[in-house]
Ligand binder design. Sequence first.
Ligand code: BGC
Ligand code: CA
Length: 347
Amino acid sequence: MPPFVFVGGGLLLLMKEVILLRKVFVTALVLVLAVASCSFADGVKIGSCIYRFNDAFMLRFRNAMTAESEKLGAEISMSDGQDDQNIQNGQIEEFLSSDVNVLIVNPVDRMSSQGIIDKVKAANIPVVFINREPTPEMLATYDKAYYVGAKAEESGTEAGNLIADYFKSHPEADKNHDGKLQFVLLRGQNGHQDMILRSKYSVEAIRNAGIEPVEVAGAIANWDKVQAMNIMNAFIMSIGPENIEAVIANNDEMALGAIEALKANDYNKGDPAMYIPVVGVDANASALDAMTRGEMLGTVLNDADGQGSAAVKLAVMLAEGKDVSGEVTDGKYIWVPYQKVTRGESK
Ligand code: BGC
Ligand code: CA
């Protein structure tokens, strides 16, 4: 059948036939759209609670979730917990009383996850936790509770290895020539698994590399650049920059805050005699820029794209009542690996 009609030309189709043809075509089109929408998560509504919008890493994470939802044809709405568990609890209740089919939750305080699980369970809605890990005991209390994240110990080990490698290949980095590594540790928010495990494993990696680590100063800077800058300034004043041989920060924002403080004291501005290696975690664009400028030694890629898209894919499958056993490990988890990033590389 020709897809066109010559009226008054060599080939003439009766109007009746044209109408019939259109009907067939429209029916086929409707069918095609219906099939497409089935596999494209049409109608799935995701409610997502983020601990705080104003967090550089969570911004990457949010963008990845939005992109994956668009790709799958699901609808996603996100709320800003403003770093306050009470505010977030209200937002969870609001989502539960709306028509969302699944929740993705980045808890403000991961130790409050049991209360969240209880609420979500009572509403019989699946929940995917991200970035802030509930304990296995908590996850075990609800068969529709999952976690998508990265193994914090990996990033700690990689960050420690970056410093150890530098120390070994730069003998001048041992400023007081005692064979030990005097470092400052800037920690993330108290109780966060990434704060606990990155701190522990970065120091252990240095020890495992045969270098004795000595923490000359350390503090919690809550993942925050400005807090880290102020703390580092205070450390520089009290200890003296010549007595600091490395800075280990649990994330890039705090590493960048420390670098601001170092630069204000003429360190890390290009003079090799005035340089203190600083490492972070995340591989945010601003950290990669600082590495290109030679201000920052290295970082570890915290794969926001991988975690964001995995969380949305899992949420959509759960909302559609699909079997997810093939997607998860230990019945509950999707782990997205970290990658070491050194100067010059960009990801
Ligand atoms: C990231 C931090 C971020 C935190 C938020 C961590 O995994 O490395 O940059 O602030 O998650 O929970
Ligand atoms: Ca030393």
